[in-house]
Write a protein that binds this ligand. Sequence first.
Ligand code: FPP
Length: 237
Amino acid sequence: MSELPLPRHVAIIMDGNGRWAKQHKIKVALGHRKGVETLRAIIRESSDLGIEALSLYAFSTENWRRSPEEVSALMGLLLEFFSSEIDELDEKNVCIRILGDKEGMPPAQREALINAEKRTGKNTGLKLNIAINYGGRAELARAARRLAEKAVKGEIRPEDIDEDALSRELYTAGLPDVDLLIRTSGEMRLSNFLLYQCAYAEFDFPTVLWPDFDLNAYHEALRAYQHRDRRFGGRNS
Ligand code: FPP
């Protein structure tokens, strides 16, 4: 990795587990299982590289529409992930935050998510955000609702509602905006992920499927980012 600055906040849409399973003629659940191995390696590497925040899209509000078999496999993997990884993540000083509606999760998963946040909440290393039962529009509607409630109670005035006030009501409150968004498998869509936070993000769409996204592919995406010319609407020269 060169000396150029790394992104402070990397967001990843981990796409392609289903196609990977199909290619290997195995069940989709096994594709997701392989996807979890990739996810562990990417979390570890992000922590080792000193990246400030990593946001992973694990389960969207639309994913409930998948077959009961696939949803239950993903729910099982979630539980397994938190019980098998929490010790190492805590030891690595990783601070876990869940982006999304925990209340809409089954009780065992909800408890695991709440425990992970509680246990690692004071850690000062990598900020690991896992989006579960998450939708970007729902997040914005929730933020608007929270601001409206504060206004009705007289805690804020309508003119206090600016971009920072809105940011503070998002699940990502206090985190920097996304600098680099990676979506694997060649799909070029945001799919309702971090709509507000990606306003000035650089996008990278490697064609590799998520289970095959290895550290070389991650480094390549980071290196490409380091050579982007970011202007934020201004001019650099
Ligand atoms: C997209 O692949 C991936 C998902 C919908 C889920 C991603 C989840 C994991 C990697 C594992 C669970 C997460 C944790 C934190 C344990 P796809 O199935 O949409 O792939 P396809 O487009 O090829 O069908």
